[in-house]
Ligand binder design. Structure first.
Ligand SMILES: [Zn+2]
Length: 233
């Protein structure tokens, strides 16, 4: 973030239309309003929820005590949203992910979507990629959510143990095998009897989230919900 003095010379610009905005915003009001909302917070069995519901629909021995509560994405992945998320990821703008997380929380909080959530859990990236990029964009989405919802963020319990190629560079079929066994939860105790919200930036095939869920579902009395900034579904 720029200091007030620097800002006199380098005013903040909307990342989409380049109009001036105040320094706490990365998008102008017009561009923010025009982003395509999914309204998933109002739609049970929405397209994102349907991607995962099979994991929980049949009673299975050690999954009995896990409950899949809800899933949804705030935005539809159109060209504008693609620009936003890619500038968040690749142009060193983590504050953009935080800004969007905050907006999503402001719009969805009254619906009850975030009610009873105990922990916000960003989908982890591998330590090597974290080193290269300097940050995990999903953690910044969580920070934006937390600034409104005042729910703690847990970045340590689930780990990424496989440094996989970027999902966006793969076909649908390869995305599933790419992230298989990519995650683990070595010490699940902090999640017993908790309702965790797993947070990602974009859900396409759902393969990444699905593989996280496979690690989480055996945890006793853990309830799981999913939130994504955008979905290509
Ligand atoms: Zn704009």
């Amino acid at each position: 973030m720029l200091s007030p003095l620097l800002e006199l010379f380098y005013p903040s610009l909307c990342v989409l239309c380049q109009r001036g905005v105040d320094r706490y915003n990365t998008l102008c009001e017009d561009c923010l309003r025009q982003l395509p909302r999914t309204e998933h917070h109002m739609l049970r069995e929405n397209k994102v929820e349907m991607l995962f519901s099979d994991l929980f629909s049949r009673p299975r021995k050690h999954w009995d005590k896990t409950r899949f509560i809800r899933a949804g994405a705030w935005l539809r992945y159109d060209d504008h949203v693609a620009t936003l998320i890619h500038s968040g990821k690749f142009f060193e703008r983590p504050e953009l992910a935080e800004f969007l997380g905050r907006q999503a929380a402001l719009e969805w909080q009254d619906s009850g979507y975030f009610d009873d959530i105990d922990l916000l859990v960003p989908v982890p990236i591998h330590p090597r990629r974290l080193n290269e990029r300097g940050y995990n964009q999903s953690e910044f989405i969580c920070r934006g959510l937390a600034s409104v919802l005042h729910i703690p963020i847990d970045t340590t319990t689930i780990r990424r143990i496989k440094n996989t190629p970027k999902q966006s560079q793969l076909t649908d079929a390869k995305r599933q095998t790419n992230v298989e066994h990519a995650f683990n939860v070595p010490e699940p105790l902090p999640w017993h009897k908790k309702h965790i919200l797993l947070v990602d930036d974009v859900i396409t095939t759902g393969a990444t989230i699905r593989n996280c869920l496979k690690e989480i579902t055996p945890i006793r009395s853990c309830r799981i919900s999913v939130f994504s900034l955008a979905t290509a579904r």
